[in-house]
Design a protein around this ligand. Structure first.
Ligand SMILES: Cc1cc2nc3c(=O)[nH]c(=O)nc-3n(C[C@H](O)[C@H](O)[C@H](O)COP(=O)(O)OP(=O)(O)OC[C@H]3O[C@@H](n4cnc5c(N)ncnc54)[C@H](O)[C@@H]3O)c2cc1C
Length: 468
């Protein structure tokens, strides 16, 4: 797709819509919008202009202008994405939602919260908690990701085993369509089948079908009791073999995570703190919640026994805030901690059926041996979601790109053999868009392309992402 350049005249028009301060063109100010959390420079590009609307009408005016002038728009939330989704690889405008950051309503009677997209996920969680309620979306990036970004990527996270991914917590969306129209679908009704399920088409659409400008979020009662288990194992395979056994023990844990030995080492280096059993081959981390203390206790004892019967070195139970936080810090810091092992890396997000997680990890080990590289892994074991991270270490550009391409090709092949898929939660973005062509059928791609063409015929919304 051939797009036009942003001219001085267009910058003046944008300033007239948004005010001088909400239109950035200075290089030093644009720089932070040229990347997300993907560490490879391959996925960086400077925007021509960054715009920061403060309300939906301004978003609509910007989109109408871009549509008229054939300019690409890259919506941006907190910039914590791991798929180069918020990077303006085709140039044009970055539309940052950072100033649309108000919590509009907390409805404690109907259990809803209405928010703008630029509120951080952590703020949503805190606001719900202050009312004795739970917003169950919980990506590890909650302190810095925006709720709009979570919607656009259908973020998963730490409570997805029990409560589901972001799409399960969304009842309505206001969206600015690629022609500038403002539409609202869904809202406070718990059930709604009035027309196509547009809300869930937009969730996970990664900014390629429109800009999300308002969100109706589901809230639920806050569980009264929470316990976390940290379970070290001698090696990765014994740890991961226990996952399907926990999942079929008659309990739904809130979450079930794993970390291999390299990930534990990285967390220890990053936190600059000795972790318990840090020479273990792997950790399993499991959270259980509920409204009855005895039920939570029964559940963690059952899970602890399953672990002990299957080779756990120890079962640590944390049932107070400070020990729980200590456990979670080591898991939640993975994406940052991995930089301690290699500043450049390629973090993957493959997903397989839970029963095939042991085989997927075997394959990752095999691939690492074959290509003589390190691939630390950690992830949401209870969802079959593995963050396998290929480390660049001291390879030069040529060796690194060659290694990465070969490893990814083989990893994706193995994952598809196991009934899996490219991404469980980080999305396709630009980083994995090429792999879609290889791993989806022509018929599947045709459906996706038809939707894109119908809603965004000029292809201005986040070009080069999801579909190439
Ligand atoms: C330390 C760390 C931990 C992480 N842990 C998790 C995890 O546990 N689970 C998980 O799922 N992800 C995780 N991620 C990845 C990332 O945080 C999520 O993908 C998150 O949902 C991105 O939100 P964001 O606001 O940063 O979006 P951005 O990175 O800004 O954008 C992501 C995509 O959404 C689009 N977008 C953003 N806002 C809008 C909008 N309002 N309308 C339309 N499109 C929009 C962008 O164009 C882009 O395609 C982690 C990342 C880091 C760095």
């Amino acid at each position: 797709m051939q797009f036009n350049k942003v001219t001085d005249g267009i910058v003046q028009e944008l300033k007239a819509i948004l005010g001088e301060g909400n239109v950035l063109i200075e290089e030093e100010k644009l720089d932070m919008y040229s990347r997300d959390e993907v560490s490879d420079k391959l996925w960086e590009k400077m925007p021509e202009v960054v715009v920061k609307p403060e309300n939906v009408e301004q978003v609509s005016e910007i989109v109408k202008l871009a549509n008229r002038e054939l300019l690409p728009i890259t919506p941006r939330g907190g910039g914590t994405g791991l798929a180069a989704g918020a990077v303006p690889l085709s140039g044009g405008l970055v539309l940052s939602l950072e100033k649309m950051n108000k919590i509009l309503e907390v409805d404690t009677e109907n259990l809803f919260m209405v928010v703008e997209p630029g509120v951080t996920t952590g703020e949503v969680q805190k606001t719900a908690k202050a009312q004795g309620l739970l917003y169950a979306g919980d990506p590890c990036s909650a302190d810095s990701s925006f709720i709009g970004g979570n919607v656009a990527t259908n973020a998963g996270g730490n409570k997805a085993v029990k409560y589901g991914v972001t799409s399960r917590h969304i009842y309505g969306l206001e969206v600015v369509m690629p022609n500038g129209d403002i539409v609202t679908f869904g809202g406070k009704n718990v059930k709604d089948v009035t027309g196509y399920d547009f809300v869930h088409l937009m969730v996970g659409s990664e900014g390629t079908l429109g800009v999300v400008t308002k969100i109706w979020l589901k809230l639920m009662p806050l569980p009264k009791y929470v316990a976390d288990l940290l379970v070290p194992f001698a090696d990765m395979q014994s740890a991961i073999q226990v996952v399907p056994k926990i999942m079929t023990a008659g309990i739904i844990p809130t979450c079930l995570e794993f970390m291999d030995s390299l990930s534990i080492k990285a967390a220890e280096m990053y936190l600059n703190k000795k972790l318990p059993y840090s020479d273990a081959g792997a950790y399993i981390i499991c959270e259980i919640d509920g409204t009855s203390e005895t039920q939570v206790q029964d559940d963690y004892e059952t899970i602890g026994k399953v672990c002990q019967d299957n080779g756990a070195l120890e079962v640590f139970v944390a049932d107070n805030m400070s020990t729980q936080e200590r456990i979670w810090k080591s898991r939640k810091c993975y994406a940052e901690a991995i930089r301690m092992l290699s500043p450049v890396y390629c973090m993957e997000d493959v997903v397989v059926p839970v029963s095939n997680i042991p085989k997927a990890l075997e394959a990752i080990e095999r691939i690492a041996k074959k290509y003589e590289c390190k691939i630390p892994s950690c992830g949401h074991a209870g969802d079959g979601n593995i963050h396998a991270t290929v480390l660049r270490e001291d390879r030069d550009d040529h060796e690194w790109h060659d290694l990465k391409d070969k490893v990814l090709e083989e990893l994706y092949e193995e994952v598809y053999q196991l009934g899996g898929n490219l991404s469980g939660e980080h999305g396709i973005g630009a980083k994995r868009a090429g792999a879609m062509d290889k791993h989806m059928t022509e018929a599947q791609l045709n459906v996706l392309r038809s939707i894109k063409k119908a809603l965004d015929p000029k292809g201005i919304m986040n070009p080069g992402k999801v579909l190439v």
